[in-house]
Design a protein around this ligand. Structure first.
Ligand code: PLP
Length: 515
């Protein structure tokens, strides 16, 4: 392909994307393809000869689009959003066009230093203390772009492990002995990526292995109970275990519960007489969705106590107009991350890394799992510069307003009930149990409600279970989730979704007890 052909096709494909996003509202949100259908639509073998571009582009309409769930649709309220924007798409395009690999400062200084600066901006936007930023005087902190929140958690966990093993080694405890006694903590409501990180880090043999991982119970608002955490840490220390890592969540996936960092933080930093020589536990804060809200001063309280944390991350790709994938992560202890992840074979040695240029440089390969990295900072840079901080705040505030509106509508309809507090823009609700109804039957009615709403093609919701206390104990109640945060979602979409939910609830197959 020569540059002129690229230019022509590039314009055509930009047109295609603009048209797709322009008419996305008309497409059924959920794909109706059957498993294997797309696979079968493609030839068994790769084409021997290059194909004409009209055919390739035609297949976007013929094969790809029908097989999509339209995440950018304004009626998409499922999971958390993966909201994108035109500035972010352009940033990604330029990043791909430049084709640089920013693994080392030396392999593209602009990729590294723009990322450093933009993460300092973003960190300040959400109110992080300076010691999480590159601008801090003591140069111990800084931010990095990871692909996902899961990667950020894994990076934090391995940094915690390395820091703990080094600290106990200084007191003569062998790495093998200490490693067998490490303990990780998170809440029962934390994202599964914490358990997955433990599995990858070799601290859980499988998803149910709790040898090194404690899932701490939550309070009635589904937030981690710090008293239970404190007791568990003390109990484990007394038993000779070495507490190493706590993952607190600001905005849990199921209900956006906010773990109280200001109460968890002090538990992670206590002098003591335990084998670990007192507790210095790495506190990671996973604010994947809710962190974006903190760009508005009125929501900064969600991160209250963040000064206690060693690392924090949130996903601009969820709720800050920065197309997937981009997870921002900051640490106050970059040395620990570098100690855990740095390895320099001969082929990566260079003057900048070794300090021969007279200044310390950031080599982001030492802050992440892979070696290579895309120039992701460009899209975040474009987004922040295009909208400005005020524009982004207005965006978040509008979603918060819509969420409050939807919550009020649910509250006003006696057939429904809210199942969780709403700190940000996720509403957890269900059809109320009928008089004397078995909890399983209530769940089944709500599952039917969800399926009927989603089958409409106009709205897509998702579900979770939340531990609801009943007179018979705790029931994992089927909960419908309405997550507001799509870049195209406006008030009339939210009202239309509620009208649809109400009309489905009128259907006897949904609203009446099963016989
Ligand atoms: N943490 C929380 C609280 C989440 O809600 C999610 C996803 O929704 C994740 C982590 C995982 O996100 P990612 O896909 O960026 O790894």
């Amino acid at each position: 392909m020569d540059p002129e052909q690229f230019r022509r096709l590039g314009h055509q494909l930009i047109d295609w994307i603009a048209s797709y996003l322009g008419c996305i509202e008309e497409l059924p949100i959920r794909s109706s393809v059957q498993p294997g259908q797309i696979f079968a639509a493609l030839p068994d073998e790769a084409p021997e000869r290059g194909e004409p571009w009209e055919v390739i582009i035609g297949d976007l309409d013929r094969i790809v689009t029908p097989g999509l769930t339209h995440w950018q649709s304004p009626g998409f309220f499922a999971y958390f959003p993966a909201n994108g924007s035109f500035p972010a798409i352009l940033g990604d395009l330029v990043s791909t066009g430049l084709g640089v690999n920013g693994m080392l400062w030396a392999t593209s200084p602009a990729a590294t230093e723009i990322e450093m600066r933009v993460l300092d901006w973003l960190g300040r936007m959400i109110g992080l203390p300076d010691d999480f930023l590159f601008r801090s005087a003591d140069r111990t902190g800084g931010g990095v772009i990871q692909g996902t929140a899961s990667e950020a958690t894994l990076v934090a966990m391995v940094a915690a492990r390395t820091r703990t093993l080094r600290s106990v080694a200084a007191r003569g405890v062998s790495a093998a002995d200490a490693a067998s006694r490490l303990m990780l903590y998170t809440s029962t409501q934390a994202h599964s990526s914490v358990i997955k990180a433990a599995m990858i880090a070799g601290l859980a043999a499988h998803a149910e292995d709790r040898t090194h991982l404690r899932l701490i119970d939550v309070d009635r608002g589904f937030a981690l109970d710090p008293d239970r955490l404190g007791h568990q840490i003390a109990h484990d220390e007394a038993a000779g275990m070495i507490p190493c890592f706590v993952c607190a969540t600001v905005g849990t996936t199921s209900s956006t519960a906010i773990d109280p960092i200001d109460r968890i933080g002090p538990l992670c930093n206590r002098p003591g007489s335990a084998p670990s020589g007192g507790t210095r536990v790495w506190l990671h804060v996973d604010a994947a969705m809710a962190g974006a809200a903190c760009i508005c001063p009125e929501f900064r309280h969600l991160l209250q106590g963040i000064e206690h944390a060693d690392s924090v991350s949130f996903n601009p790709h969820k709720w800050l107009l920065t197309s997937f994938d981009l997870a921002a992560m900051w640490t106050r202890d970059r040395r620990a991350i570098i100690d855990a992840l740095s390895i320099t074979p001969e082929y990566l040695r260079n003057a900048a890394t070794s300090g021969a240029l007279g200044a310390e440089v950031v080599d982001y390969r030492d802050w992440q799992i892979p070696l290579g990295r895309r120039f992701r900072a460009l899209k975040l840079w474009f987004v922040i510069r295009h909208y400005g901080v005020e524009g982004l705040r207005a965006y978040i505030r509008e979603h918060m307003r819509l969420a409050a509106l939807f919550e009020a509508l649910v509250r006003a309809d006696r057939r429904f009930e809210l199942l969780a507090p709403r700190p940000v823009s996720l509403i957890c609700f269900r059809l109320r149990p009928l008089e004397g109804e078995d909890p399983a039957a209530t769940d089944a009615r709500n599952a039917r409600l969800l399926e009927a709403v989603n089958a409409s093609g106009r709205v897509l919701l998702s579900h979770t279970v939340l531990p609801i206390r009943t007179i018979d104990g705790v029931h994992q109640a089927f909960t419908v989730r309405m997550a507001i945060g799509g870049s195209r979602t406006q008030q009339h979409h939210v009202l239309a979704a509620w009208k649809l939910i109400q009309s489905v609830a009128d259907d006897p197959a949904v609203c009446l007890r099963s016989t």
